[in-house]
Design a protein around this ligand. Structure first.
Ligand code: ZN
Length: 217
């Protein structure tokens, strides 16, 4: 098993080296130029290439369980304040195990995991009721968590947003197709805290874009 994994690492990287000319690396050999600071979940089903086919030098990725900023605030600050990415994208996802763990109770986890899940407290409500109610509440909590992270970011980076040098986008990567926009869709929940689909559509930055396919409920 591990030998297969090691073989995969060696072979896949070999293919990567073979398929990239040396000049591919030249523009980013001494500095990076990301356009997006992405806060997303560590979940292996969620990867930056759902929004950027080649994230190298384009996406400054910060991953935490439950896509919360608090346990990696320094990393998010680095992307926004030092690398000056014009966009901070906070991307939750369907079937988030961290949100589920929070709802089911996580007292038995070790202190490190508990500490990170504690960061979801302010946004979420613990679970009550039946399985059907759980799934519904899970989806609500996933939205609430994204909204909470977005609001925290808007507060933290208020001056950058006000001067127009940072746009904070909240979204949910929906690999279940639960939001009715197709499996794999990144559904936009908010832009700079605006959640109303009509208002988002009328924003200058949305003009001429096929944004309807990404706007949810
Ligand atoms: Zn997750």
């Amino acid at each position: 098993m591990v030998r297969d994994i090691l073989q995969g690492i060696i072979a896949n990287n070999g293919s990567f080296v073979d398929s990239h000319e040396e000049t591919f690396f030249t523009p980013h050999m001494s500095a990076q130029h990301p356009r997006i600071t992405l806060v997303s979940c560590c979940d292996s089903r969620v990867q930056p290439h759902v929004i950027e086919p080649d994230p190298i030098d384009k996406v400054f990725t910060v991953e935490t369980i439950g896509n919360q900023m608090a346990s990696a605030q320094g990393s998010v600050d680095y992307g926004v304040l030092h690398l000056h990415t014009p966009v901070l994208l906070i991307m939750g996802h369907t079937d988030c195990g961290a949100v589920k763990a929070f709802m089911k109770g996580y007292e038995k986890e070790n202190d490190a995991i508990k500490g990170e899940l504690d960061n979801l407290k302010a946004a979420l409500e613990p679970s009550v009721g039946t399985n059907a109610a759980f799934d519904e509440q899970l989806m609500e909590n996933i939205w609430k968590n994204v909204d909470h992270q977005v609001n925290a970011a808007l507060k933290r980076y208020r001056s950058l947003v006000a001067e127009g040098s940072l746009t904070v986008i909240g979204a949910i990567y929906d690999f279940l197709g639960a939001l009715g926009k197709g499996r794999g869709r990144v559904v936009i929940a908010s832009i700079n805290g605006i959640t109303d689909a009509g208002k988002i559509k009328s924003m200058p930055i949305a003009q001429g874009l096929a944004i309807d396919q990404c706007l949810g409920v």
